[in-house]
Design a protein around this ligand. Structure first.
Ligand SMILES: [Zn+2]
Ligand SMILES: [Zn+2]
Length: 415
């Protein structure tokens, strides 16, 4: 579900409405761009209210989880899209979830200017997550089979507060004005905590001071002036290695470039450190060539959001196709044709490695059972833009022929 947030521009105060997924605010009035930094914790929003005395409001926390859950069991890799809210303070009479309310109205961000008191979480977020997503069903497996691994990818966790009003005649929902309890008693809670405050950071290149480019939902911004790329972290910007794969003379000029996280790993318990090891352990229908014994194993994970089954399929196909790629070049922003925004951070891509390995395995069970002890050792990671040509409804990767449907790619922006 699309959640909209009212976010005044920090420069000119203009009223801007963002998507909750946005990390970059481009002000349509003053044209200044700012990154939104969490400072470490989740973003915190509240449903709008019309209470006359804001200081009397009590905010009840709901946790919102959005992402894809993948699990690997004896029967294979399964996945589920999760987008849900769940009550977190344990107050009786509150609805278990906010339902459709967060997408029916624009949310406001809670900040140091928000008056009122905030109720604490009664149980830890992990437990709320398991309850909200019915993860136990997944862990037990749909048909009772053992689950070897599960991962929550493309994960967003945020707080959405439901404002309540404690009056003499009871406790009221301050959004709808409906009574929840006939007596409100002592509610407690704490005021807004300074470390919850979201911070802004001007979208300027830390290296050369030039303006950074990026779309609202990007997690990596680029500088066309000095050809650098920057990941947007909780505390600030971090440089990331960025490469581009050139096309050869006999290949058509690319019509667009899609970003992938190229992650070099060693999987000790599975004895995978080269591409040849990967082909053998996962029983790929390929005859191992001698040079593959010298190629380090790299997982190629889409650096953009896709529906889970397409995410798995594209990652597997590109990972298996790495044998056809030549050397990469340092990224020149001008060389990238319609570069697709990076919307999946490296941290999430790393978490998907074991799922991708399981999905790529043609000899399923032999690999699945080894996943619990198979923590990948990450040796290097970089962002690589791969060239794609335009073929009717698909984008087709120039070296491997791997295709991505155009409308599925567009749909991924809303995931
Ligand atoms: Zn502005
Ligand atoms: Zn720069």
């Amino acid at each position: 579900m699309e959640i909209r947030v009212e976010q005044p521009c920090p420069q000119c105060g203009g009223a801007v409405t963002l998507s909750a997924a946005d990390r970059l605010l481009s002000c349509p009035y003053c044209r200044v761009k700012n990154f939104l930094l969490t400072g470490g914790g989740p973003f915190r929003y509240a449903l709008p209210n019309k209470a006359k005395d804001q200081a009397r409001l009590i905010y009840a926390p709901y946790l919102r989880f959005k992402g894809n859950i993948f699990s690997v069991s004896e029967t294979g890799v399964s996945h589920r899209i999760v987008d849900t809210t769940h009550e977190g303070c344990g107050l009786p009479s509150l609805p278990a979830s906010l339902g459709l309310r967060p997408q029916a109205m624009s949310l406001s961000r809670v900040s140091s200017e928000t008056k009122g008191r905030f109720l604490p979480l009664a149980i830890e977020p992990r437990k709320i997550f398991e309850k909200a997503t019915k993860l136990h069903n997944l862990i037990e497996g749909s048909n009772g089979g053992e689950v070897y691994h599960h991962a929550f990818i493309g994960e967003t966790v945020s707080f959405i507060y439901l404002p309540l009003l404690a009056r003499e005649d009871g406790l009221f929902d301050a959004v709808l004005g409906q009574p929840l309890m006939t007596s409100s008693g002592a509610m407690g809670g704490q005021p807004f905590q300074p470390h919850w405050q979201m911070k802004f950071l001007a979208a300027l290149c830390p290296r050369c001071g030039g303006n950074l480019d990026g779309e609202g939902d990007c997690v990596v911004a680029t500088c066309a002036n000095c050809d650098s790329a920057w990941q947007i972290g909780a505390e600030g910007l971090e440089r990331t290695a960025c490469k581009i794969l050139p096309v050869s003379k006999d290949q058509a000029e690319p019509a667009m470039h899609l970003p992938f996280w190229k992650i070099q790993v060693k999987l000790h318990s599975l004895q995978i450190s080269t591409f040849a090891d990967f082909v053998e352990r996962t029983n790929q229908p390929l005859a191992v060539r001698p040079e593959w014994r010298r190629m380090a194993m790299q997982f190629w994970i889409p650096a953009f959001k896709l529906r889970p089954e397409i995410f798995l399929r594209t990652g597997r196909q590109i990972t298996v196709s790495q044998r056809q790629f030549g050397p990469e070049r340092d990224m020149r922003m001008k060389a990238a044709v319609r570069p697709h925004p990076v919307t999946l951070p490296l941290s999430e891509a790393r978490q998907s490695i074991k799922v991708m390995l399981a999905f790529a395995a043609a000899n399923g069970r032999a690999v699945y059972a080894k996943l619990p002890g198979a923590e990948p050792e990450v040796l290097a990671a970089s962002l690589v833009f791969l060239p794609f040509s335009d073929r009717q409804h698909d984008w087709v990767q120039s070296h491997s022929g791997v295709s991505v449907n155009k409308s599925i790619l567009q749909f991924g922006r809303n995931l």
